[in-house]
Design a protein around this ligand. Sequence first.
Ligand code: NDP
Length: 328
Amino acid sequence: MKTVRVAVTGAAGQVAYAMLGRLASGEIFGPDTKVILHLLEITPALPALEGTAMELDDCGFPTLGGIVMTDDPMKAMDGVNFALLVGAFPRKAGMERKDLLEKNAEIFVGQGKALAAKAASDVRILVVGNPCNTNCLIAYSNGRDIPAERWTAMTRLDHNRARSALAKKAGVGNEAVTCVTIWGNHSNTQFPDFTNAKINGKPATDAITDRAWLETEFVPMIQTRGAAVIKARGASSAMSAANGALDHVKSLVTPTPAGDWISAATISKGEYGIPAGMVFGYPCTSDGQGNLTIVEGLSHDEFGKAKLAATLKELQEEREAVKPMLPE
Ligand code: NDP
Protein backbone atom coordinates (compact mmCIF):
# COMPACT_ATOMS: atom_id res chain seq x y z
CA MET A 1 0.00 0.00 0.00
CA LYS A 2 1.24 3.52 -0.80
CA THR A 3 0.67 6.36 1.66
CA VAL A 4 -0.22 9.95 0.84
CA ARG A 5 -0.30 12.71 3.42
CA VAL A 6 -2.84 15.45 2.76
CA ALA A 7 -3.06 18.65 4.78
CA VAL A 8 -6.43 20.38 4.96
CA THR A 9 -6.66 23.74 6.72
CA GLY A 10 -9.92 25.14 8.04
CA ALA A 11 -10.68 21.48 8.64
CA ALA A 12 -13.68 22.09 10.91
CA GLY A 13 -15.33 24.35 8.35
CA GLN A 14 -18.10 23.70 5.85
CA VAL A 15 -15.97 23.18 2.74
CA ALA A 16 -13.66 20.77 4.57
CA TYR A 17 -16.70 18.90 5.93
CA ALA A 18 -17.82 18.21 2.37
CA MET A 19 -14.29 17.21 1.37
CA LEU A 20 -12.75 15.05 4.07
CA GLY A 21 -14.89 11.92 3.72
CA ARG A 22 -14.27 11.83 -0.02
CA LEU A 23 -10.51 12.33 0.48
CA ALA A 24 -10.41 9.47 2.99
CA SER A 25 -12.66 7.13 0.97
CA GLY A 26 -10.24 6.12 -1.78
CA GLU A 27 -12.13 8.12 -4.40
CA ILE A 28 -9.24 10.48 -5.10
CA PHE A 29 -6.09 8.40 -4.63
CA GLY A 30 -7.53 4.94 -5.33
CA PRO A 31 -8.14 1.82 -3.25
CA ASP A 32 -4.42 0.98 -2.85
CA THR A 33 -3.34 4.22 -1.19
CA LYS A 34 -3.71 5.01 2.48
CA VAL A 35 -4.56 8.65 3.11
CA ILE A 36 -3.23 10.29 6.26
CA LEU A 37 -5.13 13.51 6.90
CA HIS A 38 -3.29 16.42 8.53
CA LEU A 39 -6.04 18.69 9.80
CA LEU A 40 -5.22 22.27 10.79
CA GLU A 41 -7.59 24.51 12.70
CA ILE A 42 -7.42 27.59 14.86
CA THR A 43 -7.36 26.70 18.57
CA PRO A 44 -11.04 27.53 19.32
CA ALA A 45 -12.19 25.22 16.50
CA LEU A 46 -10.24 22.16 17.73
CA PRO A 47 -13.19 20.73 19.72
CA ALA A 48 -15.40 20.89 16.61
CA LEU A 49 -12.61 19.30 14.63
CA GLU A 50 -12.64 16.39 17.09
CA GLY A 51 -16.25 15.82 16.05
CA THR A 52 -15.34 15.72 12.36
CA ALA A 53 -12.54 13.26 13.13
CA MET A 54 -14.99 11.08 15.07
CA GLU A 55 -17.21 10.94 12.00
CA LEU A 56 -14.25 10.06 9.79
CA ASP A 57 -13.44 7.19 12.16
CA ASP A 58 -17.07 6.13 12.07
CA CYS A 59 -17.01 5.82 8.28
CA GLY A 60 -14.58 2.91 8.69
CA PHE A 61 -12.75 3.67 5.44
CA PRO A 62 -10.11 0.99 4.69
CA THR A 63 -8.07 3.72 2.97
CA LEU A 64 -7.91 6.12 5.92
CA GLY A 65 -4.41 5.67 7.36
CA GLY A 66 -4.61 8.16 10.21
CA ILE A 67 -5.62 11.64 11.31
CA VAL A 68 -3.33 14.33 12.70
CA MET A 69 -5.16 17.24 14.33
CA THR A 70 -3.35 20.41 15.29
CA ASP A 71 -3.42 24.19 15.55
CA ASP A 72 0.27 24.41 14.64
CA PRO A 73 0.99 24.92 10.90
CA MET A 74 4.49 23.43 11.32
CA LYS A 75 2.97 20.18 12.56
CA ALA A 76 0.17 20.24 10.00
CA MET A 77 2.53 20.59 7.04
CA ASP A 78 5.07 18.03 8.23
CA GLY A 79 5.72 15.57 5.41
CA VAL A 80 2.58 16.40 3.40
CA ASN A 81 2.36 15.54 -0.30
CA PHE A 82 -0.72 17.71 -0.88
CA ALA A 83 -1.82 20.81 0.99
CA LEU A 84 -5.37 22.07 0.54
CA LEU A 85 -5.48 25.50 2.12
CA VAL A 86 -9.19 25.94 2.76
CA GLY A 87 -9.30 27.96 5.98
CA ALA A 88 -9.36 31.72 5.60
CA PHE A 89 -10.53 34.68 7.59
CA PRO A 90 -14.20 35.28 6.73
CA ARG A 91 -15.39 38.67 5.54
CA LYS A 92 -17.35 40.25 8.39
CA ALA A 93 -20.02 42.92 8.08
CA GLY A 94 -18.49 46.35 7.51
CA MET A 95 -15.06 44.95 6.72
CA GLU A 96 -13.16 46.63 3.91
CA ARG A 97 -11.62 44.42 1.22
CA LYS A 98 -8.20 45.71 2.27
CA ASP A 99 -8.77 44.56 5.86
CA LEU A 100 -9.81 41.14 4.61
CA LEU A 101 -6.69 40.88 2.48
CA GLU A 102 -4.49 41.89 5.41
CA LYS A 103 -6.13 39.46 7.86
CA ASN A 104 -5.67 36.63 5.41
CA ALA A 105 -2.15 37.68 4.58
CA GLU A 106 -1.08 36.91 8.15
CA ILE A 107 -2.49 33.37 7.86
CA PHE A 108 -0.91 32.64 4.49
CA VAL A 109 2.52 34.04 5.37
CA GLY A 110 2.70 31.48 8.18
CA GLN A 111 1.39 28.62 6.09
CA GLY A 112 3.78 29.38 3.20
CA LYS A 113 6.71 29.31 5.61
CA ALA A 114 5.48 26.10 7.25
CA LEU A 115 5.10 24.40 3.87
CA ALA A 116 8.59 25.40 2.78
CA ALA A 117 10.05 24.20 6.07
CA LYS A 118 8.15 20.97 6.52
CA ALA A 119 6.31 19.62 3.48
CA ALA A 120 7.44 16.58 1.49
CA SER A 121 9.76 17.32 -1.42
CA ASP A 122 6.97 16.53 -3.93
CA VAL A 123 4.30 18.72 -2.29
CA ARG A 124 1.49 20.22 -4.42
CA ILE A 125 -0.53 23.10 -3.00
CA LEU A 126 -4.06 24.27 -3.74
CA VAL A 127 -5.43 27.43 -2.15
CA VAL A 128 -9.23 27.46 -1.78
CA GLY A 129 -9.66 30.03 1.02
CA ASN A 130 -10.58 33.44 -0.38
CA PRO A 131 -9.31 35.68 -1.84
CA CYS A 132 -7.59 32.54 -3.12
CA ASN A 133 -5.37 33.96 -5.88
CA THR A 134 -3.84 36.56 -3.59
CA ASN A 135 -3.66 34.18 -0.62
CA CYS A 136 -1.73 31.81 -2.91
CA LEU A 137 0.56 34.64 -3.99
CA ILE A 138 1.35 35.39 -0.34
CA ALA A 139 1.97 31.75 0.61
CA TYR A 140 4.16 31.19 -2.45
CA SER A 141 6.12 34.39 -1.85
CA ASN A 142 6.86 33.24 1.69
CA GLY A 143 7.56 29.63 0.72
CA ARG A 144 9.85 30.03 -2.24
CA ASP A 145 11.90 26.94 -1.42
CA ILE A 146 9.00 25.14 -3.08
CA PRO A 147 9.10 25.57 -6.87
CA ALA A 148 6.60 28.06 -8.31
CA GLU A 149 4.81 25.47 -10.44
CA ARG A 150 3.65 23.55 -7.34
CA TRP A 151 1.39 26.41 -6.16
CA THR A 152 -2.16 26.75 -7.43
CA ALA A 153 -5.39 28.50 -6.50
CA MET A 154 -8.84 27.14 -7.26
CA THR A 155 -10.79 28.16 -10.34
CA ARG A 156 -12.11 24.63 -10.85
CA LEU A 157 -15.48 25.30 -9.23
CA ASP A 158 -16.01 28.19 -11.66
CA HIS A 159 -14.88 25.90 -14.49
CA ASN A 160 -17.42 23.26 -13.50
CA ARG A 161 -20.14 25.88 -13.19
CA ALA A 162 -19.36 27.22 -16.66
CA ARG A 163 -19.30 23.76 -18.20
CA SER A 164 -22.65 22.87 -16.70
CA ALA A 165 -24.28 26.16 -17.73
CA LEU A 166 -23.09 25.82 -21.34
CA ALA A 167 -24.29 22.19 -21.45
CA LYS A 168 -27.71 23.17 -20.14
CA LYS A 169 -28.10 25.98 -22.66
CA ALA A 170 -27.04 23.72 -25.55
CA GLY A 171 -29.20 20.83 -24.34
CA VAL A 172 -26.24 18.41 -24.15
CA GLY A 173 -24.61 16.42 -21.36
CA ASN A 174 -21.77 17.99 -19.36
CA GLU A 175 -19.31 15.57 -20.99
CA ALA A 176 -19.97 17.16 -24.40
CA VAL A 177 -18.52 20.49 -23.19
CA THR A 178 -14.71 20.76 -23.27
CA CYS A 179 -12.00 23.42 -23.38
CA VAL A 180 -13.67 25.73 -20.87
CA THR A 181 -11.32 28.23 -19.23
CA ILE A 182 -11.68 30.50 -16.23
CA TRP A 183 -9.20 33.30 -16.78
CA GLY A 184 -7.87 35.50 -13.99
CA ASN A 185 -9.18 35.95 -10.49
CA HIS A 186 -11.60 33.71 -8.60
CA SER A 187 -13.93 36.65 -8.07
CA ASN A 188 -16.64 38.37 -10.00
CA THR A 189 -14.09 39.77 -12.46
CA GLN A 190 -13.16 36.29 -13.69
CA PHE A 191 -13.63 35.59 -17.39
CA PRO A 192 -15.46 32.32 -18.04
CA ASP A 193 -14.29 31.92 -21.62
CA PHE A 194 -16.98 30.66 -23.96
CA THR A 195 -15.05 31.84 -27.03
CA ASN A 196 -12.52 28.99 -26.87
CA ALA A 197 -14.92 26.41 -25.37
CA LYS A 198 -16.17 23.47 -27.41
CA ILE A 199 -19.39 21.53 -27.55
CA ASN A 200 -19.16 18.10 -29.15
CA GLY A 201 -15.70 19.07 -30.41
CA LYS A 202 -16.89 22.21 -32.28
CA PRO A 203 -16.83 25.84 -31.13
CA ALA A 204 -19.42 26.37 -28.39
CA THR A 205 -20.53 29.46 -30.29
CA ASP A 206 -21.71 27.17 -33.15
CA ALA A 207 -24.06 25.36 -30.77
CA ILE A 208 -25.05 28.48 -28.81
CA THR A 209 -25.44 31.20 -31.41
CA ASP A 210 -27.05 33.70 -29.05
CA ARG A 211 -23.97 35.85 -28.44
CA ALA A 212 -25.99 38.31 -26.36
CA TRP A 213 -26.90 35.50 -23.94
CA LEU A 214 -23.26 34.42 -23.71
CA GLU A 215 -22.00 37.94 -23.01
CA THR A 216 -24.75 39.38 -20.85
CA GLU A 217 -26.23 36.35 -19.09
CA PHE A 218 -23.75 33.48 -19.06
CA VAL A 219 -20.67 35.49 -18.02
CA PRO A 220 -22.34 37.35 -15.11
CA MET A 221 -24.15 34.17 -14.04
CA ILE A 222 -20.83 32.32 -13.58
CA GLN A 223 -19.16 35.35 -11.99
CA THR A 224 -21.91 35.67 -9.36
CA ARG A 225 -23.00 32.06 -8.97
CA GLY A 226 -21.69 31.84 -5.39
CA ALA A 227 -23.98 34.66 -4.26
CA ALA A 228 -26.95 33.06 -6.07
CA VAL A 229 -26.39 29.78 -4.19
CA ILE A 230 -26.19 31.63 -0.87
CA LYS A 231 -29.45 33.41 -1.68
CA ALA A 232 -31.23 30.18 -2.59
CA ARG A 233 -29.77 27.89 0.06
CA GLY A 234 -29.18 30.31 2.89
CA ALA A 235 -25.64 28.94 3.11
CA SER A 236 -22.58 29.00 0.89
CA SER A 237 -21.75 26.55 -1.86
CA ALA A 238 -19.58 24.32 0.29
CA MET A 239 -20.42 21.05 -1.48
CA SER A 240 -19.55 22.27 -4.97
CA ALA A 241 -16.46 24.10 -3.65
CA ALA A 242 -15.23 20.88 -2.06
CA ASN A 243 -16.00 19.04 -5.30
CA GLY A 244 -14.03 21.62 -7.30
CA ALA A 245 -11.02 21.20 -5.02
CA LEU A 246 -11.20 17.41 -5.28
CA ASP A 247 -11.56 17.59 -9.08
CA HIS A 248 -8.41 19.74 -9.07
CA VAL A 249 -6.49 17.13 -7.07
CA LYS A 250 -7.83 14.32 -9.28
CA SER A 251 -6.62 16.26 -12.31
CA LEU A 252 -3.15 16.55 -10.79
CA VAL A 253 -2.91 12.77 -10.41
CA THR A 254 -4.62 11.87 -13.72
CA PRO A 255 -3.43 12.95 -17.18
CA THR A 256 -5.77 15.44 -18.85
CA PRO A 257 -7.57 13.81 -21.81
CA ALA A 258 -6.12 14.85 -25.19
CA GLY A 259 -7.88 17.81 -26.73
CA ASP A 260 -9.20 19.15 -23.43
CA TRP A 261 -7.89 21.18 -20.54
CA ILE A 262 -8.81 22.21 -17.03
CA SER A 263 -8.81 25.58 -15.29
CA ALA A 264 -6.38 26.40 -12.50
CA ALA A 265 -4.78 29.58 -11.23
CA THR A 266 -1.01 29.17 -11.45
CA ILE A 267 2.00 31.41 -11.16
CA SER A 268 2.44 33.25 -14.41
CA LYS A 269 5.72 33.21 -16.29
CA GLY A 270 4.33 35.90 -18.57
CA GLU A 271 1.89 33.76 -20.58
CA TYR A 272 -0.82 35.76 -22.39
CA GLY A 273 0.87 39.01 -21.42
CA ILE A 274 0.19 38.57 -17.70
CA PRO A 275 3.11 39.92 -15.65
CA ALA A 276 5.32 37.12 -14.34
CA GLY A 277 4.67 36.22 -10.73
CA MET A 278 0.91 36.90 -10.70
CA VAL A 279 -1.39 34.04 -9.63
CA PHE A 280 -3.68 33.99 -12.64
CA GLY A 281 -6.38 31.58 -13.82
CA TYR A 282 -5.26 29.78 -16.98
CA PRO A 283 -6.16 26.76 -19.10
CA CYS A 284 -3.84 23.93 -18.05
CA THR A 285 -3.11 20.31 -18.84
CA SER A 286 -1.77 17.79 -16.36
CA ASP A 287 0.73 14.98 -16.94
CA GLY A 288 -0.87 12.98 -14.12
CA GLN A 289 2.33 13.27 -12.07
CA GLY A 290 1.31 16.51 -10.38
CA ASN A 291 2.64 18.84 -13.08
CA LEU A 292 0.46 21.40 -14.83
CA THR A 293 1.36 23.08 -18.12
CA ILE A 294 -0.37 26.24 -19.28
CA VAL A 295 -2.07 25.82 -22.67
CA GLU A 296 -0.62 28.45 -24.97
CA GLY A 297 -1.69 29.87 -28.30
CA LEU A 298 -5.36 30.60 -27.61
CA SER A 299 -6.68 33.90 -28.90
CA HIS A 300 -9.19 36.36 -27.54
CA ASP A 301 -11.57 38.65 -29.34
CA GLU A 302 -12.17 42.24 -28.19
CA PHE A 303 -14.73 41.11 -25.61
CA GLY A 304 -12.31 38.55 -24.16
CA LYS A 305 -9.40 40.98 -24.15
CA ALA A 306 -11.41 43.52 -22.14
CA LYS A 307 -12.41 40.83 -19.62
CA LEU A 308 -8.80 39.68 -19.21
CA ALA A 309 -7.67 43.25 -18.66
CA ALA A 310 -10.34 43.82 -15.99
CA THR A 311 -9.48 40.72 -13.99
CA LEU A 312 -5.74 41.43 -14.25
CA LYS A 313 -6.34 44.96 -12.95
CA GLU A 314 -8.19 43.61 -9.91
CA LEU A 315 -5.41 41.12 -9.16
CA GLN A 316 -2.81 43.86 -9.44
CA GLU A 317 -4.79 45.96 -6.94
CA GLU A 318 -5.00 43.00 -4.56
CA ARG A 319 -1.26 42.46 -4.89
CA GLU A 320 -0.63 46.12 -4.12
CA ALA A 321 -2.73 45.85 -0.94
CA VAL A 322 -0.61 42.98 0.42
CA LYS A 323 2.76 44.20 -0.85
CA PRO A 324 4.34 44.41 2.62
CA MET A 325 3.67 40.66 2.98
CA LEU A 326 5.55 39.80 -0.21
CA PRO A 327 9.28 39.41 0.34
CA GLU A 328 11.34 40.51 -2.69
P1 NDP B 1 -16.00 27.50 4.56
O1 NDP B 1 -15.45 26.15 4.83
O2 NDP B 1 -17.39 27.62 4.05
O3 NDP B 1 -15.04 28.28 3.58
C1 NDP B 1 -13.64 28.18 3.68
C2 NDP B 1 -12.98 29.07 2.66
O4 NDP B 1 -13.24 28.54 1.36
C3 NDP B 1 -13.49 30.51 2.68
O5 NDP B 1 -12.39 31.37 2.50
C4 NDP B 1 -14.39 30.53 1.48
O6 NDP B 1 -14.44 31.80 0.89
C5 NDP B 1 -13.65 29.59 0.54
N1 NDP B 1 -14.45 29.20 -0.60
C6 NDP B 1 -13.99 29.16 -1.87
N2 NDP B 1 -14.95 28.85 -2.71
C7 NDP B 1 -16.05 28.67 -1.99
C8 NDP B 1 -17.39 28.34 -2.30
N3 NDP B 1 -17.80 28.14 -3.52
N4 NDP B 1 -18.26 28.20 -1.30
C9 NDP B 1 -17.88 28.38 -0.04
N5 NDP B 1 -16.63 28.73 0.31
C10 NDP B 1 -15.74 28.87 -0.64
O7 NDP B 1 -15.87 28.41 5.84
P2 NDP B 1 -16.16 28.07 7.34
O8 NDP B 1 -16.27 29.39 8.04
O9 NDP B 1 -17.22 27.03 7.49
O10 NDP B 1 -14.83 27.36 7.79
C11 NDP B 1 -13.59 27.97 7.73
C12 NDP B 1 -12.77 27.32 8.79
O11 NDP B 1 -11.45 27.81 8.64
C13 NDP B 1 -13.23 27.67 10.21
O12 NDP B 1 -13.40 26.45 10.91
C14 NDP B 1 -12.07 28.48 10.78
O13 NDP B 1 -11.83 28.19 12.13
C15 NDP B 1 -10.95 27.97 9.94
N6 NDP B 1 -9.76 28.79 9.80
C16 NDP B 1 -8.60 28.10 9.90
C17 NDP B 1 -7.41 28.72 9.79
C18 NDP B 1 -6.20 27.90 9.91
O14 NDP B 1 -6.27 26.70 9.73
N7 NDP B 1 -5.09 28.52 10.22
C19 NDP B 1 -7.34 30.18 9.56
C20 NDP B 1 -8.62 30.82 9.43
C21 NDP B 1 -9.79 30.12 9.54
P3 NDP B 1 -15.62 32.86 1.20
O15 NDP B 1 -15.32 33.41 2.56
O16 NDP B 1 -15.45 33.84 0.09
O17 NDP B 1 -16.90 32.07 1.16
